[in-house]
Design a protein around this ligand. Structure first.
Ligand SMILES: C[S@@+](CC[C@H](N)C(=O)[O-])C[C@H]1O[C@@H](n2cnc3c(N)ncnc32)[C@H](O)[C@@H]1O
Length: 361
């Protein structure tokens, strides 16, 4: 294995490449990125072939910003015969299993681009006979087993695929790295899916239980028309919704929402402190990160989930600068925080940040 394959949003290849180079360098694992703009994935080739495995072992997907999936690539199969693609794939997987042991799961995937989506129907259909062919000789487990590595077969054309794996300790949660969610018809805006994806993918079960305790309180800065407030209300929180705009009437009718037409940069919580601060204001990332830091450092909020809107250029650098200033402030406090930054499937030109406080003093 000598390369790590990262799926990303189309147009974000350069940002993904910069991030992989930086993270690999921090681990003293050196290589170079390879990608074409708009292709929806990046390869990071390692100079030392043994380093590919090390990088996969030391780089959890959840610790990265732009990659949607991280796959340690073992083999590229070209010029697959359309009459029998299965035999060469099974043979290659058999060699791989001799070294790695059997896989617990199979994902047949493609890039999230126009060209990639042309392969979607084929990948879906092909996964059925391929799974059967891999199960017969025991190359993948009979039932899905999330405690074993996941085998990825990533098609880049009808006759080309890459074989690789993601490790069980850093599970590949979704096919193609895409978290599909059903739009709740009662939600006032599609933005609701951004916060829902953040809650279900960035927080673990115990964090969710702590953040969304029954009868808890939240502040939503830049709340209108109310897609994020809707998620908080659904999870039992009482919400102070801050925005000069109009908020959804059905949300107000729940009795769980107070609407304040105020400036999110000067607003303070009604009772001095809330469980959760969320913020979706369209503002400079540095300014939003500073505001979030003020709320967390002064303990006006225990936890925070917020979006940083990205500029057109130097997006990775922009995220780094905003997050590092926030981290520096949090590191001075006695409590520990789990900070994650992810470019979610439902985000466009923005990333979502979750900051979950450890033990509450
Ligand atoms: C992207 S929208 C928020 C959408 C919302 N999260 C939802 O799910 O419906 C951004 C909102 O931030 C509000 N906003 C921008 N600057 C603000 C400020 N300084 N104070 C309060 N609200 C602000 C805007 O009025 C706008 O409604």
């Amino acid at each position: 294995m000598s390369s790590l394959l990262a799926y990303c949003r189309t147009g974000y290849e350069a940002d993904t490449a910069k991030e992989l180079a930086q993270r690999a360098g921090e681990l003293n694992l050196y290589g170079y990125p390879q990608f074409n703009a708009g292709q929806g994935y990046v390869h990071y080739h390692l100079y030392n072939s043994a380093d590919g495995k090390r990088l996969a072992q030391q780089l959890p997907l959840s610790s990265t910003v732009f990659p949607r999936q991280l796959v340690a690539v073992c083999e590229t199969l070209d010029e697959l015969d359309k009459a029998d693609r299965i035999t060469p794939i099974v043979d290659a997987v058999a060699s791989l299993v001799k070294v790695s042991g059997p896989f617990g799961r199979l994902l047949v995937e493609h890039a999230d681009t126009d060209a990639g989506r042309e392969l979607a129907k084929f990948c879906r259909k092909f996964s059925v006979p391929l799974r059967q062919a891999l199960r017969k000789p025991g190359l993948i487990s009979q039932k899905e087993n999330l405690h074993q590595a996941c085998l990825h077969v990533f098609f880049t054309g009808f006759d080309q695929c890459q074989l690789g794996y993601s490790l069980a300790q850093f599970p590949a949660a979704f096919e193609n790295g895409i978290c599909r969610l059903k739009f709740p018809p009662a939600a006032p805006s599609r933005s609701t899916l951004k916060l829902e994806e953040a809650i279900v993918t960035m927080l673990d079960v115990s964090q969710r239980e702590r953040v969304f305790r029954s009868g808890g309180r939240a502040v939503d800065l830049g709340a209108c028309p109310g897609g994020w407030t809707y998620q908080l209300v659904q999870r039992g929180l009482f919400v102070e919704a801050i925005d000069n705009g109009l908020i959804d009437e059905a949300l107000m009718a729940t009795g769980q929402v107070q609407h304040f037409a105020a400036d999110g940069f000067t607003y303070k919580p009604q009772m001095g402190r809330v469980d959760l601060l969320v913020c979706d204001m369209i503002e400079q990332p540095d300014r939003v990160a500073k505001l979030m830091g003020d709320w967390l450092v002064n303990h006006w909020a225990d936890h925070a989930i917020f979006n940083l809107k990205l500029p057109m250029k130097k997006r990775y650098e922009c995220v780094e600068s905003a997050i590092s200033q926030l981290e520096k402030r949090l590191q001075k406090l006695k409590t520990t925080f789990t900070l994650r930054v992810r470019h979610l499937y439902h985000n466009r030109d923005e990333v979502t940040v979750s900051v979950i406080r450890g033990e509450i003093e």
